[in-house]
Design a protein around this ligand. Sequence first.
Ligand SMILES: *[C@@H]1O[C@H](CO)[C@@H](O)[C@H](O)[C@H]1NC(C)=O
Length: 300
Amino acid sequence: MQSPQVLLVLSVTLSLVAIGATDGGFCSAPSILDRETSSKPMYWKVTNPTLSPSHLQDLPGFTRSVYKRDHALITPESHVLSPLPEWTNTLGAYLITPAMGSHFVMYLANMQENARSALPPHDVERFIFVVQGSAMLTNASGVSSKLMVDSYTYLPPNFEHSLRAEGSATLVVFERRYASLENHITEQIVGSTDKQPLLETPGEVFQLRKLLPQAVPFDFNIHIMDFQPGDFLNVKEVHYNQHGLLLLEGQGIYRLGDSWYPVQAGDVIWMAPFVPQWYAALGKTRTRYLLYKDVNRNPL
Ligand SMILES: *[C@@H]1O[C@H](CO)[C@@H](O)[C@H](O)[C@H]1NC(C)=O
């Protein structure tokens, strides 16, 4: 009956001796943390509470994901991948859909080797941004463009195209039913973030790039916004437009309505029209996020 306890005491003692020998004593708490998978000192939970950030993701049943009437935070541990309809060798996770109230879908597509995309539904336009790997885009004339990380394409409604992954590739995809206007059409666009100019942001400190032309035919745009640590939005925005956001780099606090969420790279946010919204960048590295915004149409 007692031998397990004796063994535990023995192993704790031995590991403490080992830590003491290599790191010079009990003050080197981080080293004890690093080794805790092999041996845990007595009372270790007092100083390593389960809710400390390093353990949060391992807590059974815990997720930072939230779904409310006017916003949602979808964090990576909540992603559920399943085969994307009609795509080959591709798993997808729909993160924002009209079931939440949006007029667009936002999903991640994980393409494996020899994966191939399918076309969106009739009259639906598509925007693709490469997060990892690369993919080859080919249009109906057989003209191909290689899309690397940080590059993107806009595909007008009913535009024949296909994407093939050479290795693996992770894409973030936005689709919506195109809000057509008389005498206006959109055209295919291929670009990369670093080629887009920085735009004026009066009264704000973040850096802004827009990936699509600011022209009437386009019914949405995709913004890339960069914040240095400590930077925050000046305007506490409340507006008619909706947003789908992917945090590409960094961490900070997102305010959505009356809730304040710690967020980090990989998190996705849905913002319904008129939800109060605000962001502050924290940590030691820049924040970069990608943001869908509907534009250029009368909301009526
Ligand atoms: C395919 O892309 C090329 C290069 O951008 C363009 O010249 C051509 O018109 C495109 N084909 C179609 C059918 O849009």
